[in-house]
Ligand binder design. Structure first.
Ligand code: IPD
Ligand code: CA
Ligand code: CA
Length: 268
């Protein structure tokens, strides 16, 4: 039986070390060191090196576990283990490259398809969020809870605008349009992992975004859940854990957002 609390502490230490590297590179990446993976999807040696540091440090913690990582370090090594580390070495790469102060490291551990551990470090403020299944959620070792906001009109909502994949725009835009007029405000922070942990500690009341990957959300969603919040996909189902269309919030606001996606018709 794995001691999840102990393992989370080890992961948190490794993530903090990797955060020191990322922080030291801020403002140092030259234009010719930036690659374009896809339109509007950037990467540099910082993402890749951070990922290698994480993979190297995680391997001995759980020998045989496989890796699902954004920059594909060690992707070839598929193992028979039921454990998978899910890693985004730098969430908010565009912010980082533009020297905007919101970017994070996100590491989760799945056992089969269930997330057991989530660690997110918001690098600039040095805020480390962590949770393990059944163990609660913490910010710099202090327990955190989601907000108690009941109504959308009192809610501050985070989102991520579509910028590569516009296939869900017909569903996203009418809800966005409605929310502009019916909630306290909408923020586009630029790092989904940070959006989620800010929901977990009550800074945001809810979050929704349409085209995410497992490494963007796996850690943050567990932290939201362990902080007393909930999440779902745009259809109110349970497909959010490995990315795609994600809604999260305190239980009231998650329900409100889910209702909007259910009731507002798509606009082609
Ligand atoms: C992105 C950020 C962004 C979100 C995108 C993600 P990356 O991750 O989380 O906020 O809108 O969907 O892909 O590429 O910076 O790791
Ligand atoms: Ca990401
Ligand atoms: Ca990334």
């Amino acid at each position: 039986m794995i001691d999840l609390e102990w393992l989370t502490t080890q992961v948190a230490g490794l993530v903090r070390e990797t955060g020191v590297f990322i922080a030291a590179e801020l403002g140092k990446v030259a234009n010719d060191q930036i690659e374009t993976k896809d339109k509007n999807s950037l990467v540099s040696y910082v993402d890749k090196t951070a990922e290698q540091m994480l993979v190297k440090g995680l391997k001995p913690l759980l020998p045989g576990a496989s890796f699902m990582t954004e920059e594909e370090t060690d992707q070839a090594q598929k193992t028979s283990s039921a454990y998978t580390w899910i890693i985004d070495p730098l969430d908010g790469t565009t912010n980082f490259l533009h020297q905007l102060p919101c970017f994070a490291i996100s590491v989760a551990l799945a056992y089969n398809n269930e997330i057991q551990i989530g660690v997110v470090l918001e690098v600039n403020r040095g805020e480390l969020f962590k949770a393990w299944k059944g163990g609660g959620a913490y910010l710099n070792n202090n327990p955190i809870r989601v907000s108690n906001t009941h109504k959308l009109e009192d809610a501050l909502i985070a989102t991520g605008f579509p910028y590569i994949d516009f296939s869900h725009f017909d569903v996203y835009l009418p809800v966005f349009n409605h929310l502009l007029r019916s909630c306290r405000g909408i923020r586009r922070w630029g790092a989904a992992a940070v959006d989620l942990v800010y929901v977990a500690c009550g800074r945001f009341d809810g979050f929704f975004e349409g085209s995410l990957n497992a490494w963007d959300v796996a850690a943050g969603l567990l932290i939201v859940e362990e902080a007393g919040g909930s999440s779902c996909d745009f259809n109110g189902g349970n497909a959010q854990w490995f990315g795609g269309k994600v809604i999260a919030g305190n239980k009231h606001i998650n329900q409100e957002l889910k209702n909007l996606f259910h009731t507002i018709p798509p606009q082609p």
